[in-house]
Design a protein around this ligand. Structure first.
Ligand SMILES: Cc1cc2nc3c(=O)[nH]c(=O)nc-3n(C[C@H](O)[C@H](O)[C@H](O)COP(=O)(O)OP(=O)(O)OC[C@H]3O[C@@H](n4cnc5c(N)ncnc54)[C@H](O)[C@@H]3O)c2cc1C
Length: 326
């Protein structure tokens, strides 16, 4: 049932984007940038899906909190978009407000380390890309994040997904998260109270957004950091498809096994539904060969799940998040 007071939310129940014309955000004098019916496909690495009814781009955390307060008061549905590298958007788009956290929310700063010394404490706003963060930390001689090289996400998205590679994950470096809600910068949640697990973070409420991440990093020679990052990047490039749109690994690895191995064992490499394909190079990458529809990606994913279930008795769980499906 759609909350009262928001035409957009009422339209959501009908599954259409007409609510964009009536969105109360435009009459609220919110200072951030707003647009109607903005295509989401170019804002995701999958390059799939329809538009956002409304796109909102806050320029700072106070603006983000003000936006969340308006959306809560008006009962408007919303979702956060980082770099869109773990997201499949529905063909009809999202009939709500997409809050895009981009470069304008990408500040990186050193904090006093206090009892954490000799580690350095770093505060990184959620919209910062992992690539920018890695450049910054390498230049400062702060190591420990090199395993993230080549992951095309934002810091906020990486925290929500507990992004990881080569046996390491972001949660190992997280000291705390700054969480923003309609009430403002509502809380700083220490790492030990957060529940990170494989590609998952629990403990952030649905009405909260990760505004910034506090990390603890060790000093290291910049040249050593760059060398380690180059090593990881070469390993990544050797095993993954390049130059083709995807959201990385589509399924989570089941305990004690690899989704890619199970999909390959079921003989599914190269399987196609329309323009969506199981990558011939890495079976856990579902790729968009050009102009794929979300419905094709979903149909392919369901075929993969069914074949692996039949072959190995394993139920593959998507790692990718979904936007606009109901
Ligand atoms: C080629 C390729 C390789 C990849 N390799 C890896 C890999 O090795 N390891 C790995 O872990 N992942 C990998 N990924 C997946 C992806 O890059 C990561 O999951 C990344 O951390 C997602 O960040 P994002 O900013 O793109 O999140 P998005 O895709 O924008 O969002 C993902 C989810 O997090 C939510 N979200 C995003 N930001 C916030 C926020 N600030 N507050 C609250 N919720 C938020 C979104 O609403 C959504 O539900 C890969 C992807 C690609 C395309």
């Amino acid at each position: 049932m759609a909350p009262a007071g928001c035409e957009l939310a009422r339209k959501l129940a009908g599954g259409c984007l007409e609510g964009a014309d009536h969105c109360p955000l435009f009459s609220e004098n919110w200072p951030g940038a707003l647009s109607r019916r903005e295509p989401l496909a170019p804002l995701t690495t999958f390059r799939v899906g329809g538009p956002a009814a409304i796109m909102a781009r806050p320029a700072g955390l106070p603006e983000l909190a003000a936006l969340l307060a308006i959306l809560q008061r008006r009962g408007c549905p919303w979702r956060v978009l980082g770099r869109g590298s773990n997201l499949l958007v529905a063909d009809r788009g999202y009939a709500g407000v997409v809050i895009a956290l981009g470069r304008r929310l990408g500040k990186v700063e050193l904090l006093p380390a206090g009892p954490r010394e000799p580690l350095s404490l770093l505060r990184v706003e959620a919209g910062c890309s992992l690539a920018s963060l890695l450049n910054w930390t390498a230049a400062q001689g702060l190591g420990g994040l090199e395993f993230l090289v080549g992951i095309p996400g934002s810091v906020g998205g990486a925290a929500m997904m507990n992004a990881g590679a080569f046996g390491q994950c972001l949660s190992e470096r997280v000291v705390a998260l700054e969480l923003v809600s309609a009430a403002g910068l509502s809380r700083v949640e220490p790492g030990e109270r957060l529940c990170f697990s494989y590609r998952r973070l629990q403990g952030v409420a649905p009405e909260e957004v990760v505004g910034a991440v506090i990390l603890a990093l060790a000093s290291r020679e910049p040249e050593d950091i760059k060398k380690t990052a180059r090593h990881y990047l070469a390993r990544r490039r050797a095993g993954q498809p390049r130059g083709v749109a995807s959201a990385g690994s589509f399924f989570k690895n089941p305990p004690g096994d690899y989704a890619g191995r199970l999909i390959e064992a079921a003989g599914l490499k190269g399987l196609r539904v329309g323009q969506a394909q199981v990558s011939p190079r890495h079976a856990n990458f579902l790729v968009n060969l050009g102009g794929a529809r979300a419905a094709e990606v979903l149909a392919l994913a369901e075929q993969v799940q069914a074949a692996v279930r039949r072959q190995s008795g394993v139920e593959l769980e998507p790692e990718v998040h979904f936007l606009g499906f109901s």
